[in-house]
Design a binder for this molecule. Structure first.
Ligand code: PBE
Length: 298
């Protein structure tokens, strides 16, 4: 990881040196909006961050008339970010912490003085009703599963650096044995029973779901089926009982609409992680600090 990080930094320094001249020319009286064509690079439409950006951030910061949030995916967002940074070009993306992009690039999250992204949030574990009776060991494991943003980001960085997802989970579990032991303490092992876990292709949820799968299979002898779906189906699957659990519920703000929609049809086991943050993210070389800076002077 260090090697890769140094490589990126060196490449960045080189590109800054080579393009500094062109960028000075381009800056002139150009607004931030002009410089990025009034586009915010978003992710998948079902995500909470897209919902908040389009329905709260744009209207409440007065950006609705000329700004667009372009939908795509988590992977397309990081690819666009990588490309822009290599050329030292301006870019604004919907971003979140924890995420490997903060260990790889020099980034800043724009201030949100109106607090619309909800500040620091939790990631909760949500299981289906009846799981405690059907698979008590799995239920107690999920109830004990708890870590922090640094641990999650470690796994994300391993995966981003090309390690296979289950291999990354295995390496992480070996490096964090005490934590894994606390999750499995007193938990009844299985006999290969299937556990269905829904997840969305967001790098944080990919990492956490793979760690959970690794531990349930290798320490507790259950068999985990990871089912990749969109955000709505991640919640709906657990609510209608077709899935057993999911570990990527961002609350109380990001997934509020899903929580409210399915409330009463799932069991909320509380936070497995505390201290996430959503926002608009830009490379550190951009000369803006707040979402308010996106509004053109009148
Ligand atoms: N995220 C990561 C998700 C939750 C996990 C912030 C992209 C969302 O916006 O719904």
């Amino acid at each position: 990881m260090l090697k890769k990080l140094m490589g990126v930094t060196a490449a960045l320094a080189l590109s800054i040196g080579l393009t500094a001249c062109g960028n000075e020319e381009a800056s002139g009286n150009e607004t931030v909006g002009d410089s990025v064509d009034y586009k915010i690079v978003g992710i998948d439409p079902g995500s909470g961050i897209m919902d908040i950006t389009i329905n709260k951030i744009l209207p409440e910061y007065g950006l609705e008339d000329n700004w667009d949030v372009v939908s795509g995916s988590g992977a397309a967002m990081t690819a666009a970010l990588k490309k822009a940074i290599t050329k030292e070009e301006p870019i604004i993306v919907t971003g979140w912490i924890p995420h490997w992009k903060f260990s790889e690039f020099d980034l800043k999250m724009l201030e949100d003085p109106k607090g619309l992204y909800g500040g620091k949030e939790d990631i909760n574990t949500i299981v289906r009703q009846g799981l405690d009776e059907d698979l008590p060991g799995v239920y107690s494991f999920f109830d004990q599963f708890e870590w922090g943003p640094d641990e999650l980001q470690d796994v994300m960085v391993k995966i981003e650096n090309g390690t296979d997802e289950q291999e990354a989970a295995k390496e992480w579990a070996a490096e964090n044995k005490d934590m894994v032991d606390a999750w499995t303490k007193g938990v009844e092992s299985g006999n290969g029973e299937e556990v269905k876990l829904t997840y969305v292709s967001w790098s944080d949820v990919i990492a956490s779901s793979n760690v959970v799968k690794y531990v349930l299979e290798n320490e507790l002898n259950y068999s985990v089926n990871l089912i990749q779906v969109d955000a709505g189906a991640m919640w709906a699957g657990v609510a209608d009982g077709s899935a057993d659990a999911m570990v990527g519920a961002w609350l109380p703000t990001t997934h509020d609409k899903y929580y409210t929609k399915f409330e009463g049809d799932f069991v909320d086991l509380g936070p497995n992680l505390t201290g996430t943050q959503n926002g608009l993210v830009v490379p550190a070389y951009m000369d803006i600090d707040s979402i308010e800076d996106l509004k053109d002077a009148e």
